[in-house]
Write a protein of this length. Structure first.
Length: 218
């Protein structure tokens, strides 16, 4: 069973589903040459994709083009379905720093054939994640600076204010498709600047008022 923890408390959650939002930052959509979606692009990762802070990413042998995507993570604290935006934040128990790793070559090949591309997103260690800070510690999750460095060089530098959908809107929309349960995690999309990672790289992501995450590439 995979667990996540809330800092400075005794609270832990068994992780259920990891629901991810694609194409939520306009500049990232443009850098990949994708179309702006009419509604949220939603996919899931298994709990087995989680990697704790300080761990080592293992890029599968079937890929030669793994990309980093730094994201704000939301930890669900109570069960909800068809959650209204006005009440959405009350369903959160924590915020964390996460990476959504993507095998871009595998994803492109599968998308080109019109096939599902979960194996490009859900492989083991594809979701490095920090411990969570209590939700009440973050006054406004929609104005947080978000930055990723690789070997000390800034690769991504954005703000959650650039998201096309707010945290409240994301929770509300996701809850129309899935019943959200305690221990579920939502990843909210990534700003521009994604690029290839290689063996030996050190990735460090920080999100204002939330914390940091540091992992290496095996």
């Amino acid at each position: 069973m995979h667990q996540v923890h809330i800092k400075k408390t005794q609270k832990s959650y068994n992780v259920g589903k990891i629901v991810c939002l694609g194409r939520n930052y306009l500049d990232h959509i443009r850098e990949l040459g994708n179309k702006v979606p009419d509604r949220a692009v939603i996919f899931c990762k298994p709990a087995s994709s989680l990697l704790a802070d300080g761990g080592a990413i293992k890029i599968p042998e079937y890929s030669d083009d793994c990309h980093h995507e730094l994201e704000l993570a939301l930890l669900i604290g109570k069960t909800g379905k068809h959650i209204p935006e006005s009440d959405a934040l009350s369903y959160l128990d924590g915020y964390g720093v996460a990476l959504d790793l993507t095998l871009r070559d595998v994803q492109s090949e599968l998308k080109g054939k019109g096939l599902p591309w979960e194996i490009a997103k859900g492989f083991d260690t594809s979701c490095p994640i920090s411990d969570f800070v209590p939700a009440q510690q973050v006054d406004n999750p929609n104005t947080l600076q978000i930055k990723l460095t690789i070997n000390g060089e800034v690769r991504q530098d954005g703000n959650t204010a650039q998201m096309m959908r707010s945290v409240e809107a994301i929770i509300a929309e996701v809850s129309t498709f899935y019943t959200l349960e305690p221990g579920d995690i939502i990843l909210t999309g990534t700003p521009a600047g994604v690029s290839r990672i290689e063996s030996g790289d050190i990735l460090e992501g920080t999100i204002e008022h939330v914390g940091s995450l540091k992992v290496s590439v095996a």
